[in-house]
Design a binder for this molecule. Structure first.
Ligand SMILES: *Cc1c(COP(=O)(O)O)cnc(C)c1O
Length: 407
């Protein structure tokens, strides 16, 4: 097979739409265009039936008790906002303390910051060096004012999978709600809201080969019944949890993407793990000073986050322009900031800036992995050959011990 360029290996940022998903969506743009809230005619009933089927499929994906527990949103950013702010507002009489981690997505961290301005206190539990959060640290952070723990299933940068089942035991025992941002892990690692005692869970369609701009919040309806204050006022859609006319074609696509994961997710995870190991072994074989970021096994099958010491991630990305990956540097308005996730795992700034995230997905092939492996290996060697720091390292000089003098 011939390779097609550019090659996409950034599947944590978004995934391409599966053609089967597109096919399922198309009729809902045209003949089945009804408003799911129209109760008085067949157009509305047809749309509502499609949405209710979608709820059931998505509920099945996470083993929720009922489709009624699925609240559709515009994406996981909104789901995270609704979970945190909606719970904080409803339960303010009970307490005002939230526990989360330092490696959460910005949708969670920035919601927490907003809530702090409004009088909540938030404890940010750090992950270990391996990117895994210790359930004991969560337990120690709980107080009699804690109403909610929010923790992600899998991290979007280093792919580490958090021990949700252990944390769920702790929160349930203490009578504290548990919200899980499950966006990255869903369909790739086991996730069962009932077995794991999860009370709220955020999902997004475009990370699972569905369309962008649609997501869901799972809100448990029994044992315990979770309550929220809606953050959007309007027609009272979604049982009063989220007003706004439903995006029916996208919801149908979200359900089709979920159905494919239910059927194929486990086999796909195995395939991705194989491709990931192939790429990692190539780097280990051919290069010195390549460090894997995050736990070696307890991570998403398609995630390979590595630091190539003495190489700037941004520079490497420029050198491999026909391959789409991400670096451990975030462009803020004026500067290149090292990733807060890598920093909080204890990486120094240099190693954070040297990191590259390869996100393998459904449509990547072995040929692509081999091409990227060769290309990256060659470019890393070339960039190091031009680096005076690499030369000093080769001569056995400990660069960290040098006192740099400004001239
Ligand atoms: C992508 C992502 C989100 C945001 O989802 P959107 O649907 O793009 O708003 C939230 N959390 C995690 C972990 C993500 O990877």
């Amino acid at each position: 097979m011939t390779l097609k360029f550019p090659i996409y290996m950034d599947n944590h940022a978004t995934t391409p739409l599966d053609p089967r998903v597109l096919e399922a969506m198309l009729p809902y743009f045209s003949e089945h265009f009804g408003n799911a809230a129209s109760r008085t005619h067949a157009f509305g009933w047809r749309a509502e039936a499609a949405v209710d089927d979608a709820r059931d499929t998505i509920a099945q994906l996470i083993n929720a008790e009922s489709g009624k527990e699925i609240v559709f949103t515009s994406g996981a950013t909104e789901s995270d906002n609704l979970a945190l702010k909606g719970v904080a507002e409803y339960y303010q009489g009970k307490g005002n303390h939230i526990v989360t981690t330092t490696i959460e997505h910005k949708a969670v961290l920035d919601s927490c910051k907003r809530l702090e301005k409004q009088g909540c206190t938030v404890t940010y539990v750090p992950a270990g060096k391996d990117g895994i959060v210790d359930p004991d640290d969560i337990k120690k952070a709980l107080t009699d004012k804690t109403i909610l723990v929010s923790i992600m299933l899998a991290n979007n940068e280093v792919g580490t999978i958090q021990p949700i089942d252990e944390i769920g035991k702790i929160t349930r025992e203490k009578g504290v709600l548990l919200h899980v941002d499950a966006v990255q892990g869903i369909g790739k690692t086991p996730f069962d809201v009932r077995a794991m005692n999860v009370d709220l869970a955020s999902l997004s369609a475009h990370k699972i080969y569905g369309p962008k701009g649609v997501g869901a919040l799972y809100v448990r309806r029994s044992k315990p019944r979770v309550r929220l204050v809606a953050q959007m006022d309007g027609g009272g859609h979604e049982r009063g949890n989220r007003s706004g006319t439903l995006n029916v074609p996208s919801i149908v696509g979200f359900a089709k993407a979920s159905e494919i994961l239910i059927q194929e997710g486990a086999a796909e995870a195995e395939k991705l793990r194989g491709l990931r190991e192939r790429l990692w072994k190539k780097f280990q074989r051919e290069l010195d000073q390549v460090i894997l970021n995050g736990h070696p096994e307890q991570r998403l099958p398609g995630n390979l986050n590595v630091s190539f010491a003495f190489v700037e991630g941004e520079g490497l990305m420029m050198a491999i322009k026909d391959v789409a990956v991400s670096s451990g540097s975030a462009c803020t308005s004026s500067s290149l900031e090292p990733s807060y996730v890598l920093r909080s795992m204890g990486l120094d700034e240099d190693m954070a800036h040297s990191s590259i995230r390869f996100g393998l997905g459904r449509f990547n092939t072995e040929e692509e992995v081999d091409y990227v492996g060769d290309l990256v290996t060659g470019k890393v060697k070339k960039l190091r050959d031009m680096s005076p720091l690499w030369e000093m390292h080769q001569q056995g000089i400990d660069i960290k011990s040098i006192q740099w003098v400004a001239h």
